[in-house]
Structure formats: structure tokens, C-alpha cells
Design a protein around this ligand. Structure first.
Ligand code: ADP
Ligand code: MG
Length: 691
């Protein structure tokens, strides 16, 4: 491994100082401008330190570097492997959900927060790591915040573990305070002035405004003025904008410089992600259309113009409605400043904000930590599995609201993952094995147990749901694509449609014709390969989960398992799948309300609609459906919708809903006082809460 790479970066001169701090203190907070070299260089410094230490034999200790985003983990690992002159996956590697590129030789391991969280499940002291670098701490993601608390506790059991917290220059003192006043090191950045422009009028369509601005700037600004970075909110938006930009730039006069449009978002295959970092071909201006990832996680050289739509996609849990929805929301002022800063790294730059100065003033000062605005059931299950019993006492940097914690416990209780004493059940332990949302984990476990027995089909559906963009739909060919894919449509809805797609894919694969098949049906073949990969990993975890469930059944506990519904007859696969999904997703049920021609969620009675991308969008609306998730754009839309029977929902969810013959009316189960064991357990949790 070659460690002599001498980056010409602001951090280079701070190397000795940083290493000295790390030697003398167990926890260090490093703060630096974005692009100064923290993420790519600090792990290399630590690796040199490790390799310089007495020639140890056997497996070298590992430097674990966590990233909130998978794109960052992957692209940074590639960059660092390049800088070190090693093959990716050897001394330098990465691990993200369902994709592990590390080996026994790996010394620097970039990974998502979620991966390290899962590793704590099997190695509770993280024994193979010498250093844990918590990068991008300012992002305050849900997993990052949970890691903070866990590592703080873990360091008491393993004081030799060194922790380095790295953050952009946002509220860094709070990290030092959390880590018992850990010393802070500052890395100065190179920041040139950035002139900020606002729109005079509010923009109705920020995507359209962004496209227009790019083209205007491209024509107005001289040819050698650098590349552009546009912040949009998600894949669909970016793909659409790319298409329109390419079309419109083709119509520019022949003398104009060419535009090279490069997308950057999480669902892009890794080799496509790297294109954003490649310099534009001569005579070309590069325009990067990126999600929030380019705000602080990765740095792209050559940017002189930033176009900021002022929007970001965020997951938001609304405790009043009980809905966890993904939606585009305004950024905070701190984020807008970070974005603008991206234009001034190499020379003076310009930032065009596609909103008025008045609206900037209405943005929040800082982004609320994710832990205070999302559904916590997955994280709470994880903590329960780690034997953190009193969640309310866990050292959160900014604790989530008590209501949100109680609601997540209610969900776990309804799913049977915890018992009335809020202890994790065998089912909960089996669920925690899977890197899945608790509902999906439960559906998968139920699927290989009687009476459902539809294991492979359910694993396929969950793998298909875990992978983004299986369908590939160019806007101009929407109708053709829809028509071609109609053959897969299940009258019951999207989950079974996905199953049909997978079955057709397998058939095509058998006759080695998957490429043509994918092209003909507008299916993203690479996504299908990921589905195979995820499926393999889910099936690999199955025996362990099965063993836990069998041991439990042997102990005579199966009768108490609310999912072991008697009288479900073995039937067609479709029926089994629908029942099995209902047995786990009964909290995500919605009932057609003929009066107001919309669906109402069973929990909370919220108005929701079928997403236009669903196969049930056009069809006659079934009385009762379950959905996979909700996206909130102009309205709340259910994504991935499946027709089920209301009586199944009431039966499987009988701890939440009223007796099978009455309508579920309650807002949230625990807000009405009913003396079931379900509520009893939660009440106790409330009683234990600190004032
Ligand atoms: P920080 O973590 O402080 O924001 P990074 O370590 O991510 O900074 O980036 C340091 C520098 O490394 C960037 O300014 C950029 O010039 C360079 N760099 C990072 N990733 C790549 C890449 N994939 N390709 C080319 N240059 C890169
Ligand atoms: Mg960084």
C-alpha cells in the first residue's frame, strides 16, 4: 500500500497536529470546510500511523469511516483506493447495504452509518476496529445519532477504541459537548467569495427555473468560466431535467460551447456515479444535476456556478397522522450557505438561488436532526436487540420526543416484536437480523412459516421493493413503456406485479435473453441484477431467523404469536402473499371512502390517494388496500398498493383495531384508553419516562 500520496489540500499542513491530537485523546472532533480533505485524507493518516506501529502480524486493525450516504461511501472509497494506488476492495474498501467490497486485507473501510450499526449487533465491542471515524456528523442522520449514543456507551467497555468525529463547520461545539468536552481541531479551508443572486419573483416550478437558469448562464458566461452544479431533490426530477436540458441544448447555435449533463444520485449504479467527478471533455461545460449529496458529502472539482432550488427531499414522520412520508421541503439557511460555498472552492464563484430573498429569511436556521422527525421503530428494535432496554434513558445527543418513542414501541408491540413488558420477543430478534424495515422483516419471516408458506415469492417482492427504479421510463416514451409492461400487471396491485416482473426476468435469463427482454419491457437490467443480489442475501439470513422461530415454537410460545392465525387455508400463491403481507403491514392499510372518493388510512383516518405509478391508479378502486410507503407531493400518495380484505386487516391487527365487526376509528391506538394488553405495555413505558 502506497501512502506517500501528497494531496495539495488545506488539511495537508495540519497532518502532524491532527495525529498528535488523536494520539493524546480518546475522542477528537475535527471541523473543517467542505472540500478541505477530511474524508479522503484523515483515514490515510491514521492508516500510516497503524502501519508505522510495531509490525503486527495477523489481521491488521481496521479504520472504520462512516458516511450518511451510500454514494459518498462508494465514491470516496474509490478515490482513496486510487490515491493509495491499491485495488478497491483490498486495503481500501467500502460496505453499504447489500454491497460489501472489503476483504481481510482491508485497513480503511468506508461504510454507511447503517452498516456499522448492524456490525455492532454481531460484534458488540467493534473489536476489529482501532479507529472509528464518524464523518459528516453535522448531517445528524438517524443512524448517525444512534451510533453516537452507542459508541459513547461502548467506549466505556472498550476504552482503547479511538473515535474521531468529523463535521463541516456547522454547530461543531455541540459535538464536543456531547463527547465530554472532547478537544476540537479546525481545518481552515480555501474559500473564495461567492456572489449570491436571488430571483425577484417566487418560482412556481423550480425544475423549470433551474433548466432555464442553466441555459441562460451557459450562454451568458464566457467559455472558460467553469462548471455548474444544480441542486435538485431526487432521481425522477434529475432524470427529467437531464432529458430536457439535453434536448434544449441541442438546439443551441452551433458555435455555442457544448453542455455535458451528468446526474448524481444514490440509485445510480456506482460506475455512473463516478462520471460526475470526471473532468468535462475539452470544449464542453459540465452541468451536474445532484441531490443533496453534493452539498457536503462529496466534492467535485471545477464548479464555479451553483444553482440552488432551495429544496431537499426529506423523510418526515408526522406524529399527528402517524404517516412517515418522503417529501421535498425547503432547505435550512445553513444548508443554503453550504450549497453556495460549493461555487467558491477554486476561484470566486456565483450562486443562483431560485427563490426570493424574503423566502430565504423564512427558512429554518438549521436542519432538524432526523431523529426528531422520522419513524423510529426500526432503530428502537435495533436498540432493543442490543439490550438497551430503557430507550428513554439512552444517551441521545438530541433526544426524540417521548411521543415518537412511545409510538415506535406501539408499532413494535403491534407487530409482536416486543411483548407487553416491552422486551424483545423471539420474533423481534429474528426481525432484527434483516436489514429491513420492521414490517418487511416480519412479512419475510411470516412467509416461511405456516400458514403462509410463500417464502420465495415474499423474498422476491421485498427485494424488488428494496431496489429503486426497476422500471425505466423515458418521459417521451411513457405510453409505450406502460403498454409494454401491462402484461405484468396483477389485478391485485403492485407487489404482485413486481413478482410477475421478476418471474418474467427469470424466464428470460434462463433462455439467456434478459437483455432484449429488459429493453423491450423498459426494465432496468442493472436494477434486476441488484434484486438478485439482495434476494440472495435475504435468503442467506433466512436459516438463522428460522432457527430462532423454531426454537421459540419448540418452547411452546407459538400459540402466543399473534401472526399464527388459525384457519388460513393453503391457497394460491397470490392469496398467500396478500395475506402474508397483510399480517405484517396491517398498520399501512387504507379503506376506500366512497363519499369523498379517496382512501382513508386505517390508523388516523388520513386522506391518501393511489400513486399515479401504481397499476391500481386507473382501475376500479378496491375497498381495502395496504401500501408500502407514502410520498407527499401535491397530495399524499400511497406507493406500491395491494388489494387485501378488510377482515384480514382487522384480524391480524386485532391488537390495534377494534373488534372485527367495527370500523377502525381511532386516531392512534394509544391515544384512546382501552384496557387491552397492548395499551397496558405502552402505558408502563410512559410511567417510566423521566420528567
Ligand atoms: P472534505 O471531507 O473535507 O469535505 P474531501 O476529503 O471529501 O474533503 O475532498 C478533498 C478533495 O479531494 C476535494 O476537494 C477534491 O478536490 C478531491 N476529491 C475527492 N473525491 C474526489 C474524486 N472522486 N475525484 C477527484 N477528486 C476528488
Ligand atoms: Mg467529507
Amino acid at each position: 500500500m502506497r501512502f506517500q500520496y501528497a494531496a495539495d489540500l488545506p488539511i495537508t499542513s495540519a497532518r502532524a497536529k491532527i495525529l498528535d491530537m488523536v494520539r493524546r485523546h480518546p475522542v477528537v472532533v475535527l471541523v473543517g470546510e467542505t472540500g478541505s480533505g477530511k474524508t479522503t485524507q484523515v483515514p490515510q493518516y491514521l492508516a500510516q500511523e497503524l502501519l508505522g506501529a510495531a509490525g503486527s502480524s495477523g489481521r491488521p486493525p481496521v479504520i472504520g469511516v462512516t458516511q450518511p450516504r451510500r454514494v459518498a461511501a462508494i465514491t470516496v472509497a474509490k478515490r482513496v483506493a486510487q490515491e493509495c494506488g491499491v485495488e478497491l476492495g483490498q486495503e481500501v474498501g467500502y460496505a453499504v447495504r447489500f454491497d460489501d467490497q472489503t476483504s481481510t486485507k482491508t485497513i480503511i473501510k468506508y461504510m454507511t452509518d447503517g452498516i456499522l450499526l448492524r456490525e455492532i449487533l454481531t460484534d458488540t465491542t467493534l473489536s476489529k476496529y482501532a479507529y472509528i471515524v464518524l464523518d459528516e456528523a453535522h448531517e445528524r442522520t438517524l443512524h448517525g445519532d444512534v451510533l453516537f449514543g452507542l459508541l459513547k456507551q461502548l467506549r466505556q467497555r472498550r476504552p482503547t477504541l479511538k473515535v474521531i468525529v468529523m463535521s463541516a463547520t456547522l454547530d461543531a461545539e455541540s459535538f464536543s459537548r456531547f463527547w465530554d468536552n472532547a478537544p476540537m481541531g479546525y481545518v481552515a479551508g480555501r474559500q473564495f467569495p461567492v456572489t449570491v443572486f436571488y430571483t425577484v419573483e417566487p418560482q412556481l416550478d423550480y425544475v423549470d427555473a433551474a433548466i432555464t437558469t442553466v441555459l441562460q448562464l451557459h450562454l451568458q458566461e464566457g467559455p472558460l468560466q467553469g462548471d455548474m452544479l444544480v441542486f435538485l431533490t431526487g432521481q425522477e426530477e434529475i432524470d427529467d431535467a437531464k432529458k430536457i436540458l439535453e434536448e434544449r441544448s441541442r438546439r443551441l447555435s452551433a458555435t455555442a460551447m457544448k453542455l455535458k449533463v451528468v446526474p448524481l444520485y444514490a440509485a445510480l449504479p456506482p460506475d455512473k456515479q463516478m462520471l460526475a467527478f470526471a473532468p468535462a471533455p475539452p470544449g464542453c461545460r459540465k452541468v451536474i444535476l445532484s441531490t443533496n449529496i453534493a452539498e457536503t458529502s462529496v466534492t467535485i472539482n471545477g464548479i464555479r456556478y451553483v444553482i440552488d432550488t432551495g429544496m431537499v427531499k426529506a423523510r418526515e414522520y408526522n406524529p399527528n397522522t402517524g404517516l412517515d412520508a418522503l417529501r421535498a421541503v425547503p432547505v435550512s439557511r445553513a444548508q443554503a450557505r453550504q450549497r453556495a460555498g460549493r461555487a467558491g472552492r477554486e476561484a470566486a464563484g456565483k450562486c443562483f438561488r431560485l427563490y426570493t430573498e424574503d423566502s430565504f429569511d423564512t427558512f429554518a436556521q438549521h436542519t432538524t436532526p432526523e431523529i426528531q422527525r422520522v419513524n423510529l421503530s426500526s432503530v428502537v428494535l435495533h436498540l432493543k436487540h442490543l439490550e438497551v432496554h430503557d430507550i428513554l434513558q439512552f444517551p441521545f445527543m438530541d433526544p426524540p420526543s417521548k411521543d415518537a418513542l412511545v409510538q415506535s414501541l406501539e408499532t413494535l408491540l403491534a407487530l409482536g416484536a416486543v411483548d407487553a413488558d416491552l422486551r424483545i420477543t423471539p420474533l423481534g430478534t429474528a426481525m432484527a437480523l434483516f436489514p429491513l424495515d420492521p414490517m418487511h422483516a416480519k412479512a419475510l419471516i411470516n412467509s416461511f412459516l405456516p400458514p403462509f408458506r410463500c417464502g420465495r415469492a415474499m423474498a422476491v417482492i421485498i427485494a424488488m421493493l428494496s431496489v429503486e427504479n426497476v422500471f425505466f421510463t423515458p418521459k417521451s416514451e411513457q405510453e409505450t413503456a406502460d403498454a409494454k409492461r401491462r402484461i405484468f400487471a396483477s389485478p391485485y396491485g403492485d407487489q404482485l406485479t413486481l413478482l410477475n416482473v421478476y418471474k418474467a426476468y427469470q424466464k428470460a435469463k434462463k433462455r439467456r435473453g434478459q437483455k432484449e427482454w429488459a429493453q423491450e419491457h423498459y426494465i432496468n437490467l442493472r436494477s434486476m441484477a441488484s434484486v438478485d443480489d439482495v434476494l440472495g442475501q435475504l435468503l442467506e439470513l433466512e436459516p438463522a431467523a428460522r432457527a430462532i422461530m423454531q426454537k421459540d415454537a419448540g418452547a411452546g410460545a407459538a400459540a402466543a404469536n399473534p401472526t399464527a392465525l388459525a384457519g388460513v387455508e393453503l391457497d394460491s400463491e397470490d392469496l398467500q402473499v396478500r395475506k402474508c403481507l397483510t399480517s405484517a403491514c396491517f398498520l399501512n392499510a387504507a379503506v376506500w371512502s366512497p363519499g369523498d372518493r379517496c382512501y382513508r388510512t386505517a390508523v388516523g383516518r388520513n386522506t391518501v390517494h393511489v400513486h399515479p405509478g401504481s397499476v391500481l391508479f386507473q382501475s376500479q378502486k378496491p375497498n381495502c388496500v395496504i401500501y408500502n410507503s407514502v410520498v407527499h407531493t401535491t397530495q399524499r400518495f400511497m406507493r406500491f398498493v395491494l388489494e387485501v380484505e378488510e377482515r384480514w386487516v382487522l384480524e391480524y391487527g386485532r391488537y390495534v383495531y377494534r373488534a372485527p365487526d367495527s370500523q377502525p376509528k381511532k386516531k392512534r391506538p394509544a391515544t384512546t384508553a382501552e384496557g387491552s394488553s397492548f395499551l397496558g405495555g405502552v402505558k408502563r413505558a410512559r410511567g417510566e419516562a423521566p420528567p
